[in-house]
Design a protein around this ligand. Structure first.
Ligand SMILES: Nc1nc2c(ncn2[C@@H]2O[C@H](COP(=O)(O)OP(=O)(O)OP(=O)(O)O)[C@@H](O)[C@H]2O)c(=O)[nH]1
Ligand SMILES: [Mg+2]
Length: 219
């Protein structure tokens, strides 16, 4: 099988304060690597990964890894519009990063109108709980996720816990959105691309996740 073949391309954006571990999550997911010392992202970095969401349906995931630092905001903003999915990341041992999640969410929603972005909220670095460093409790994160209409996952790039699950949850959410019409292919919008728009028919997935009312972007 030609590994470069894909039926759909999804553009996914990584969002959250500097040092919450966005680049580390992508490194773990795409290369299964973790670096204790990793350069802060300057502007935006780019990663690619392929995922088969059901037999015969291969998705090319294009990740925009944005810099969390405020001084890069004008650059990173220009990537919001052509994203179909966003991972909203905070560090469970950094309360400020949790408090800023709503700002990241609002900022993206305002810039993508009339499109919508589907989100997953990630409580990252949950390995820090063992050292007694957790300051954001799961219950409050779940409450925020429900307000944002996003599923919540706790993960760690350091241990690898739930990293694949977080990315796949978002990918499947977008794919499900394509099947049920919540996400649509549009001229002049690069959030989702199809390799064969005229011929490929969207099929029902073999096991579809039932949509909850909270699974919708509320912006
Ligand atoms: N304990 C722990 N540390 C982590 C984890 N993931 C990343 N780190 C560390 O956190 C620091 C910041 O990680 P980055 O991946 O660069 O964070 P970022 O969100 O990409 O930061 P910006 O590029 O500035 O926006 C690095 O020292 C990583 O080694 C994790 O799961 N657990
Ligand atoms: Mg980074």
């Amino acid at each position: 099988m030609d590994l470069t073949l894909w039926q759909y391309q999804f553009r996914i954006i990584m969002l959250g304060d500097s040092t919450v571990g966005k680049s580390s999550m992508l490194k773990r997911y795409t290369e299964d690597l973790f670096l204790e010392t990793i350069n802060q992202t300057v502007g935006v970095d780019f990663y690619v990964h392929f995922l088969e969401v059901e037999p015969g349906v291969r998705i090319k995931l294009q990740f925009w890894d944005t810099a969390g630092q405020e001084r890069f905001r004008s650059v990173t903003r220009s990537y919001y519009r052509n994203s179909v999915g966003g991972l909203l990341v905070f560090d469970v041992a950094n309360r400020a990063s949790f408090e800023h999640v709503h700002e990241w969410y609002t900022e993206v929603c305002e810039h993508v109108k009339p499109h919508t972005v589907l989100f997953v909220l990630v409580g990252h670095k949950n390995d820090r709980e063992e050292a007694g460093e957790r300051v954001v409790q799961r219950a409050e994160a779940e409450k925020l996720a429900a307000q944002l209409g996003a599923p919540y996952v706790e993960a760690s790039a350091k241990t690898g816990h739930n990293i694949r699950e977080a990315f796949e949850l978002l990918t499947r959410r977008v794919y499900q959105g394509l099947l049920n019409g919540e996400v649509q292919l549009r001229e002049g919008w690069d959030g989702v691309k199809s390799s064969a728009p005229q011929t490929h028919q969207l099929r029902k997935p073999q096991s579809s996740v039932p949509e909850k009312p909270t699974d919708r972007c509320s912006c």
